[in-house]
Design a protein around this ligand. Sequence first.
Ligand code: ADP
Length: 259
Amino acid sequence: KGGARSAPAGPQKLPGIDHVIAVASGKGGVGKSTVSANLAVALAAQGKKVGLLDADVYGPSQPRMLGISGKPSSPDGNTILPLRNYGVTLMSLGLMAPEGQAVVWRGPMLIGALQQMLDKVAWGKLDVLIVDLPPGTGDVQMTLCQKTHVDGAVVVSTPQDIALIDARKGIDMFQKMGTPILGIVENMSAFVCDECGKVHHPFGHGGARAEADKLGVPFLGEIPLDLAIREGGDNGAPVVASRPGSPEAAGFVALAAAL
Ligand code: ADP
């Protein structure tokens, strides 16, 4: 009593931001960034004010996926003005470093970068901030959940056993941090042959739903393995924006509606 005021303990709500949703995966390459980008665009299409924080510090791919280039400005030398496309406000380390340049930072620097993107970026008033996390269960994930109030995590996995084992570890980490699991999304789940229409399951099928049932967390749906989804990501035109109403966009739209 009467002493100096100490910094508040525990996760803090970000001013002006109603909800924070983390998108996570146990391993890389399962489509976490693809889901983050399309989910953000789908939520914006619902009329929500949406931000996307690309915290995948080792491989920031959101500038390319959302077709955003150029450097964010900082007119006052303190706050950073994010960039915008498809109704989504984006901040990413990929906007600060040239593409193709490796991030060779140690843990504390990554934490500093994450903190800056949370504190110094002029996000404005947002209904939801999507955070595209790096794969795995490292410093960035833990710092986010410890410092910031995260409303829930969406875990992306392919139907493959090995991806699911890693997804389980991710879920375990969030549960230990007290972050609610919004559910598991199965990406690259079915492939429809454009010649014969036959449905193939190159990575298996139904594994994520079974895993969700086993862990007692919601299953949030399936996203097909589809060329248009890959091309949309590579070309800065997410399928939800470039092919609204298409079957390849439907899984992302359903996911946005489910959250
Ligand atoms: P992560 O963020 O998990 O590392 P990405 O979202 O970067 O994964 O996806 C890895 C690659 O797979 C990218 O080239 C992306 O375009 C592609 N990809 C992701 N999801 C799909 C999908 N459902 N269908 C086709 N390609 C996909």
